[in-house]
Design a protein around this ligand. Structure first.
Ligand code: PLP
Length: 393
């Protein structure tokens, strides 16, 4: 008899995007001539940079020639050329990591869920609420209990094993300072816990004093691993490439009290369950870190950042409390006039024909908050903000 993993029964119904589609469908059926402005999308809208496309095409050509064809990447961890490019990029902002501590993957979503494989089922997990839903759902699938706290960890439990942190944060756009992150590192060290640090939005950081990687924090190599992605950095949501960095110093505790290196356990896990990212995609990813690639992706990010600024300027003008936008493509604001998230969703859609994401979809602390994203055109962003001003007058 194939018994079900009944941990799945403990998952909350993920109704957020289904409910959003249902409400949009109902509205559009009643108002067929109205074009909604979609500010809820967490997906990029600008195409890949030319340097990236060129590198990917060239690699595909190599795959069609016997002398340059490649089959499996036997290491399964990614090619040296890409891992060295990433290590060089980290060095550029003062995070010392070795290229062989990097595991190339198909993205941060799978890594942030799959990383649970290397930890015991009875580890407890701390998640900052509101959060990217994968941390909570994948922990529940693994049978682990989740304890919630806020972004700064103001109310931390006595026992901690795994800690998911995300900065710049989805959905709030908040970013840790060095001091705030150091507190987490000290807490994890004291509890012998592991921080799983999601840096998927690091490239949106504009304030140079903010850390882009947990490995800029003293003491982090003994208690942290980092997951990152080219999805938002370079428009790879449909191309798929990310990476996980596991320092060789990071140790896991065995039941007999001895230790095992997290790096070796993850390495074993990946070589068993993963056959690597395609060669052309890794070549395209390498081009992201070339001087030309960096210039081109920065141009795209600047477009999103300008949209975020239009939003933050409007919210400031309206006196609405918000976070994000400065180091993030997300702007997170308190629903005006004490409306709840869904009440504001309907109000904004019906009165301004703009769609965003109700905050409570990201956790209990998201109730009464709302997320807008900068992944749109400048014209749409400007128009949406003009309409927001009109309806809040
Ligand atoms: N981590 C965070 C915080 C995200 O918001 C997202 C996507 O929205 C991801 C990871 C997923 O990244 P990827 O496309 O690399 O799987």
């Amino acid at each position: 008899m194939a018994k079900m993993n009944e941990n799945f029964l403990n998952l909350k119904e993920s109704y957020l995007f289904i409910e959003i589609s249902r409400r949009i469908g109902e509205f559009s059926a009643k108002n067929p001539d109205v074009q909604l402005i979609r500010m809820g999308i967490g997906d990029v809208t600008l195409p890949l940079a030319p340097a990236v496309v060129q590198a990917g095409k060239k690699a595909f050509d190599e795959m069609g020639v016997k002398s340059t064809f490649r089959g499996y990447d036997d290491s399964g961890r990614g090619y040296d050329f890409l891992r060295e490019a990433i290590a060089g990029y980290y060095k550029g902002f003062g995070a010392e990591i070795q290229s062989d501590e990097i595991f190339i993957s198909d993205g941060a979503k799978s890594d942030s869920g799959n990383i649970g494989d290397i930890f015991s089922d009875d580890c407890s997990v701390i998640v900052t609420d509101p959060a990217y839903p994968v941390y909570v759902d994948s922990s529940i699938m693994g049978g682990r209990g989740v304890v919630f706290t806020d972004f700064l960890g103001s109310d931390l439990p006595e026992k901690a094993d795994l800690i998911y942190l995300c900065s710049p944060n989805n959905p709030t756009g908040a970013v840790y300072t060095h001091e705030q992150l150091k507190k987490w590192v000290d807490y994890a060290t004291a509890k012998n816990a592991v921080i799983i640090y999601d840096a998927a939005y690091e490239s949106f950081i504009t304030q140079p004093d903010k850390p882009r990687s947990i490995f800029q924090i003293e003491g982090s190599r003994n208690c942290s691993l980092e997951i990152c992605s080219l999805s938002k950095t370079a428009g790879f949501t449909g191309t798929r490439c990310g990476y996980t960095i596991i320092p060789k110093e990071l140790m896991l505790t065995r039941s007999d009290g001895s230790t095992a290196s997290a790096y070796s356990v993850w390495s074993r896990r990946q070589s068993t369950k993963f056959n690597g990212v395609s060669y052309p995609v890794q070549r395209a990813a390498e081009a992201v870190f070339s001087p030309e690639g960096q210039r081109q992706i920065r141009d795209n990010i600047a477009i999103y950042q300008a949209n975020a600024e239009i939003m933050t300027n409007t919210l400031t003008e309206l006196g609405v409390e918000f976070s994000g936008g400065i180091n993030s493509p997300y702007v997170w604001f308190k629903c005006p006039n004490n409306m709840d998230s869904w009440g504001f969703f309907d109000f904004f859609m019906e009165q301004a024909n703009v769609v965003g994401t109700p905050g409570e979809g990201f956790g209990k602390n998201g109730a009464g908050w709302f997320r807008l994203t900068a992944f749109n055109t400048r014209e749409n962003t400007q128009e949406a903000m003009k309409r927001l001003k009109n309806i809040l007058k």
